[in-house]
Design a protein around this ligand. Structure first.
Ligand SMILES: [Zn+2]
Ligand SMILES: [Zn+2]
Length: 143
């Protein structure tokens, strides 16, 4: 068969798919809108079935991918929540420690202040009641 007789193009009078199998007597009754191929009734049904199978396969893959993305998103959410919780917990502990340290510092200052105050009071009392306490020396006394 010569290439002039085998017309694989659009609008062919014979089924292109049958012609590929060396069958040249099947008239084309349909043209697939998807592939733009002319084909006979039987090939058209097989072709449609194949396209549907392919479509279902792609849709299943699409669903699988969508599920995987959802699962990854859930994992991401869980990871984020754990990180936030960990940071919150860490800062809560640090804030608690800072408060404790602040109280320790102010307590220490007050403790030292009170000790020194008591000592000063005692020293002052000793001085005021001691033998060295007297009226200031007048200039006339010295002369
Ligand atoms: Zn055919
Ligand atoms: Zn097609």
């Amino acid at each position: 068969m010569t290439s002039e007789i085998i017309d694989y193009g659009v609008g062919s009078d014979y089924c292109k798919l049958c012609m590929e199998q060396q069958l040249f007597d099947q008239p084309s009754t349909y043209t697939c809108k998807h592939c733009q191929i002319s084909m006979c009734n039987e090939c058209f049904h097989q072709h449609t079935y194949s396209l549907l199978e392919e479509y279902n396969l792609i849709q299943n893959k699409f669903n699988d991918i969508a599920l995987q993305i959802q699962s990854k998103q859930q994992l991401l959410n869980t990871f984020r929540n754990q990180c936030m919780k960990s940071v919150d917990q860490c800062f809560d502990e640090l804030i608690q420690d800072i408060h404790s340290l602040r109280k320790e510092c102010t307590d220490h200052i007050n403790e030292q202040y009170n000790k020194t105050k008591v000592t000063n009071k005692e020293n002052l009392a000793t001085i005021l009641t001691g033998p060295l306490t007297r009226e200031p020396i007048q200039l006339s006394d010295a002369v």
